[in-house]
Design a protein around this ligand. Structure first.
Ligand code: 4AD
Ligand code: MG
Length: 447
């Protein structure tokens, strides 16, 4: 009896008879010869159905196959460098074929469809090769990031999703009813991570976070996954060093281990190969100068047909500013020392110049914008109390957070990496909505 194998295992079975089980993606009929493009979740391959090699019932069954029909095929694995597919270079010389279910007409054809239509059929769209590749890169990146942190002394901790207070501003909160009391879906796990570092030194959480963003951009989701490392005895400079090492190593590993997926996505990998430390670091002051110089000169934002908008000192960047700045460098760029007033309440102001804080954003190249945001945290309990009051936040909800600074406070820092933006960048996608199987955006909450 021929063993059941996966497409990914084909290279180890050249010349052997095996069984593949999966779905028909495409079929080409050449009379006595049919080419079935089959996918099984692990990859894509071509099955060659030659009339003389199987029973006439099986051959006729193959002819009736519709797109997405589920099937089982038995045949011999043949190595052929021209054979299409992923991993590619292997095809199945079919001897027998069993139809499991003949699929109804599939709504998504191998042709161009509008985004509206595809989003409505997202539950079916995720089967297509590009979507398959994106989800595999996503899962790989998660694994590489976790493995990097796990092997660099970070403990994975879990932080709550139902929270009593805001951490990243009160304008993007999703409120829920917690048995009569208002509560919010977590915007970040950071505040709880800060409790954890006093127990474990270096930690990270990785989970879904929620922002009721009113903005309909290609970088914003209502629900996204964030990886958040938090580190005791770490200042802003050390934080940048950790970030660039982690990100560079993870990207290089992805280039090595996800070649199939990146090729399928037709990703130009040259720009990813340049993701090597050190990343340039520019002060917010310098960023504003660069932006305003470009604005005065009427320079265009790369990839957009609009001029660089001027930026008043004190304002946060808009997408065109980020895109313009990032385009000035050949690898991700850190922008540090943002205006204190533009950032979250917990960021440590620069002692000699408190109008800026010890914060840092990492901007990805090619217009992908901010992929990480982080800072040194206020470590003095009185200063933190004053910041909470200055932001009109309800003190009662933050007493425990101030407490952390009362029992052995230390300089500490952390950052959050937005998974979807990172996946969009690595895969070279137009929009973050394709980076997650079932995206939640301002327009789409279904399926
Ligand atoms: O800059 P943010 O808001 O930082 C924090 O939440 C910190 N508490 C993190 C920390 O220091 N532990 O968000 C961090 C990252 C952004 O750089 C971006 O990549 C991503 O999360 N992000 C979003 N991604 C998709 N959709 C949104 N609406 C996002 N908002 C932030
Ligand atoms: Mg940010």
């Amino acid at each position: 009896m021929a063993p059941v194998i996966t497409i990914r295992e084909m290279p180890r079975h050249v010349g052997e008879e095996v069984v593949l089980q999966g779905w028909l993606y495409q079929r080409t009929d050449k009379g006595r010869l049919q080419f079935l493009q089959i996918r099984d979740g692990t990859g894509f391959c071509q099955a060659v159905v030659f009339k003389k090699n199987l029973s006439s019932e099986a051959f006729q069954a193959a002819r009736r196959l519709t797109q997405e029909s589920s099937l089982r095929v038995r045949g011999t694995v043949r190595q052929d460098p021209r054979a299409p597919g992923v991993p590619g270079g292997y095809e199945l010389d079919v001897r027998d074929l069993e139809v499991i279910q003949l699929a109804e007409p599939f709504p998504i054809q191998p042709k161009e469809h509008g985004v509206e239509f595809l989003m409505r059929h997202r539950h079916l769209w995720i089967r297509s090769p590009r979507q398959w590749a994106i989800q595999r890169v996503r899962a790989s990146l998660v694994r590489y990031l976790r493995e990097w942190l796990d092997s660099h002394g970070f403990l994975n901790v879990d932080t709550p999703i139902i929270t009593p207070a805001a951490a990243e501003g009160t304008t993007t909160l999703f409120e829920i009813d917690y048995h009569g009391e208002p509560a919010y879906l977590a915007q970040t796990g950071q505040l709880y991570n800060e409790a954890h570092i006093f127990a474990f030194g270096r930690v990270y959480c990785f989970g879904p976070t929620f922002r009721a963003e009113k903005s309909k951009t290609r970088r914003h989701l209502q629900e996204f996954w964030m990886l958040e490392p938090e580190i005791a005895f770490c200042d802003l400079e050390q934080l940048m060093a950790i970030q660039e090492t982690m990100i560079a190593q993870v990207i290089q590993r992805c280039l090595q281990e996800n070649q199939d997926e990146l090729r399928l996505l037709e990703r130009d990998t040259a720009s990813l190969e340049r993701v090597q430390p050190p990343f340039p670091r520019i002060h917010y002051d310098e960023a504003v100068e660069r932006i305003n110089r470009a604005a005065a000169a009427g320079e265009k934002v790369p990839g957009y047909d609009e001029p660089v908008p001027p930026l008043e000192w004190g304002e946060d960047f808009g997408s065109p500013h980020e895109t313009y700045l990032a385009a000035q460098f050949d690898r991700p760029v850190f922008v540090h020392h943002f205006p204190t007033a533009a950032k979250a309440f917990y960021m440590e102001p620069e002692p000699d110049r408190p109008e800026v804080c010890r914060s840092v954003d990492l901007l990805a190249p090619e217009g992908y914008g901010e992929i990480t945001g982080g800072s040194e945290r206020i470590s003095d309990p009185d200063k933190l109390l004053a910041a909470i009051q200055a932001h009109n936040l309800p003190l009662d909800a933050y007493r425990w957070y101030i407490d952390l600074r009362r029992y052995g406070s230390v300089v500490h820092s952390g950052f959050g990496l937005g998974l979807e933006r990172t996946v969009a960048w690595v895969c070279g996608l137009e929009h973050v909505r394709e980076t997650v199987a079932f995206p939640r955006t301002l327009q789409y909450m279904r399926p």
